[in-house]
Design a binder for this molecule. Structure first.
Ligand SMILES: C[S@@+](CC[C@H](N)C(=O)[O-])C[C@H]1O[C@@H](n2cnc3c(N)ncnc32)[C@H](O)[C@@H]1O
Length: 252
């Protein structure tokens, strides 16, 4: 089974002007009055969620486990004539950033769930080490509690076009007895009503409850701490009903 993050060009097929505009609007509301100028994303990938922050005046820094995702992020930033520093690194060890600290250290794109619970806690410690006093730690996540309660299995995307090719993406989620989840991503590429290419990827997740990170961030001295739906302009405020959320915590 292929690794999606080795195929950054396929990962990026979901990008569109509409999606980027929605991400930019979400960040704009997230920033609000917060005095954030420097922003490190420790799971930046190809930058789909993070690059729009440049347009909002942010100085970006990024790291990720996948060289292929970083290479594409680098290309996209260069194309906009806004290159910035990128490092290849597991977020469980952020020593690549030395003793540098940032106004906000984030993990975007539902990435914390890739690692077991004890490693989520370790990652929060690593991120914390790079947050300036008074700065922010934030991450976004699927609502694993809702997914596990509902035993949701199928997640369908609207078809999108890549040139003349129509791309369909379906996710099938396997709920394992040990509580872990496997996302099977099935891409089919259609031309003239025929499937001309298929790509299948697997992703393994360790769902974690919000309470796990709330407790850790409190112990690390973060307050206030809030969750908001992602995107934050969504009207839903009942945690049990949101599909995706973001946690923002301020370091004292
Ligand atoms: C769903 S992608 C999100 C990418 C990007 N943030 C975005 O929103 O487009 C998840 C990213 O997490 C990265 N990742 C997974 N495990 C990681 C780890 N242990 N340390 C750092 N990055 C990791 C993957 O390489 C991938 O780029």
């Amino acid at each position: 089974m292929g690794q999606l993050y080795e195929r950054a060009e396929i990962y990026d097929l979901i990008e569109s002007e509409q999606r980027t505009a929605s991400i930019r609007k979400d960040w704009e509301m997230f920033l609000g009055e917060r005095p954030i100028k420097t922003f490190l994303d420790v799971s930046i990938g190809t930058g789909g969620m993070t690059l729009p922050l440049q347009e909002l005046g942010m100085e970006l820094f990024g790291s990720d486990l996948s060289e292929a995702m970083l290479a594409r992020c680098r290309e996209k930033a260069l194309a906009k004539q806004k290159p910035f520093e990128l490092q290849c690194s597991d977020f469980r060890d952020l020593s690549c950033w030395g003793d540098r600290q940032f106004d906000c250290v984030a993990s975007t794109g539902n990435a914390l769930g890739y690692v077991p619970h004890e490693d989520v806690l370790k990652t929060l410690e690593e991120m914390d080490a790079h947050v300036k006093p008074g700065g922010y730690l934030c991450f976004d996540s699927r609502n694993w509690e809702k997914i596990q309660r509902e035993k949701q299995r199928f997640y369908l995307y609207n078809p999108f076009f890549h040139g003349e090719t129509r791309v369909n993406l379906v996710q099938v989620w396997d709920h394992n007895p040990d509580g872990s989840l496997v996302f099977n991503l099935l891409y089919s590429f259609e031309q003239d009503n025929r499937i001309v290419q298929k790509e299948i990827f697997e992703e393994h997740y360790h769902p974690f409850p919000l309470s796990l990170v709330e407790k850790k961030l409190k112990a690390l001295g973060y307050s206030p701490m809030e969750w908001q739906p992602l995107p934050c302009f969504s009207q839903e405020r009942d945690f049990d009903k949101v599909d995706w959320y973001r946690v923002i915590a301020q370091k004292q």
